[in-house]
Design a protein around this ligand. Structure first.
Ligand code: HPA
Length: 241
């Protein structure tokens, strides 16, 4: 089964699949977000809006463990996630899609592991699944996308506030490319479940202080609305290929 986790603005990706089964899965960590299970190109797909369908969970309150546990329970072996991010570099303008390849975790208060009571250290030498990344990169040639960037470093912050100018300078110095609040610990939890996980990051804005404008959530949603169909197209092409 193929899993898709939709970020801000992507709450439904079912195009014209026949029947759609909706499920909320009970896990040891609580209930998952609602999952839509359907078929495309003869493949079973489980779609989950990360923030839930009505965007009611803020990034720091998402039950990442329940969501990944639920997808693992459905026998999901690969996940494409979407994440809205701010750009830390002028040469990565809003509207770009970045297929991140590495991360730095600056989240602080989240439950980050399934191994709370066992001494297990998961290897993250390959933080995101290269096989799936290559597959998405190959599929990106078949859609009309303007700014597609095949690798990058994701900086995960706790939120829910945006970053301060000094934090942005620090992340730039450390080698970050994009910054967001929802990519971690999701990627690591997927790794713990041995799920091949890839994230398509949509740049909705320049990070605070790079652009002179004050940041608003409306800006994030506006770009999502414009680029949403392109991202869904890319996901469909990847599943088809
Ligand atoms: N910072 C953190 N998270 C974000 C941003 C940002 O600038 N834009 C969208 N999500």
């Amino acid at each position: 089964m193929f899993g898709i986790i939709g970020g801000s603005g992507i709450y439904d990706i079912v195009k014209d699949a026949g029947s759609v089964e909706k499920r909320i899965i009970e896990t040891p960590y609580g209930d998952s977000s609602e999952i839509s299970i359907f078929e495309i190109y003869d493949k079973e797909v489980a779609f989950m809006p990360r923030h839930s369908g009505d965007h009611s969970f803020p990034p720091h309150k998402i039950n990442y463990r329940a969501n990944i546990w639920a997808l693992a329970t459905l026998n999901v072996k690969q996940i494409i996630a979407t994440n809205a991010v701010g750009s830390l570099k002028r040469e990565i303008p809003p509207g770009s899609l970045v297929l991140v390849s590495d991360f730095m975790d600056f989240t602080s208060k989240r439950e980050k592991t399934f191994y709370d009571n066992e001494v297990i250290h998961v290897d993250v030498t390959e933080p995101y699944c290269n096989r799936l990344r290559s597959h998405i990169i190959a599929s990106s040639d078949t859609i009309s996308t303007t700014d597609f960037i095949a690798k990058g470093v994701y900086v995960g912050t706790e939120g829910p506030r945006f970053e301060s100018p000094a934090e942005v300078r620090m992340f730039q110095k450390l080698g970050g490319d994009v910054v967001g609040m929802t990519g971690l610990p999701e990627a690591v939890l997927a790794k713990e479940k041995e799920i091949c996980y890839s994230s398509i990051c949509l740049v909705s804005n320049y990070a605070a202080s790079i652009s002179p404008n004050k940041l608003t959530m409306d800006e994030v949603i506006e770009i999502m609305d414009i680029k949403k169909l392109e991202i869904i197209d890319l996901i469909y092409k990847t599943i088809e290929n």
